[in-house]
Design a protein around this ligand. Sequence first.
Ligand code: IMP
Length: 173
Amino acid sequence: MRTMFSADQIATRIAELGPQIRQSMGPVPITAIVVLKGSVIFASDLVRCIQGDVRLEFLGVSSYEGTESTGHVRITHDLKRSIAGKHCLVVEDIVDTGLTLHYLLAQLRARDPATLKVVSLLDKPSRRTVDVQADFVGFTIEDEFVIGYGLDLDERYRNLPEVAIYEPQIDGA
Ligand code: IMP
C-alpha cells in the first residue's frame, strides 16, 4: 500500500476543518452524526477540534462489499435520539458514488433537523452517480480505493494511522 495522506497531514487538515465548521454553523449545540463504522476515527479527532457544545450520535449503514458498492443502502444501527430541531453535522469518511449520502440525507431530512450539514474526510467526485455534495471536505482525491484511518477493505486496515492506496498485488490479498 502507498501512503496518500500521513497521520500528520490528516491532523493538520482536521485542525483547519474544526474551526471552519464552528464558524459556519455558529454558536449552536452541534449533534455530530457519526456514520459507522468508517467515520469513527475521523469523528473522534474532528469533534475535539470543534469548540463549544458538540454531542455524538451514531448511525450504522452498510452499502459495500469488498471494493464495490452494492447499490443497496441499509441502516444497520439507527439513532437513539430524535434530531428534530437539532443542528446536525453528518460525519462521513468518504463520498464516492454518493448513493450512501444521498440515501442518508433523505432519511435524516424527514426527521426535521433544524440544520443538516455534512463533513467528509475524503471526496471522490469523479465517481459520483447522484448529485450530492458534502458541505465540508478534508481532501478531494482521484478514483483510487483507499484504506486506513477508519476506511476498510472487508473490515481490515481501519486501524492504519494514515490513508493509503490499496494495492492488492503488493499486499498479496
Ligand atoms: P458511496 O455510497 O459510493 O458514496 O460510498 C460511501 C461508502 O463506501 C463510504 O462511506 C465507505 O464506507 C465506502 N467507500 C467508498 N469508497 C471507499 C474507498 O476508497 N475505501 C474504503 N471504503 C470506501
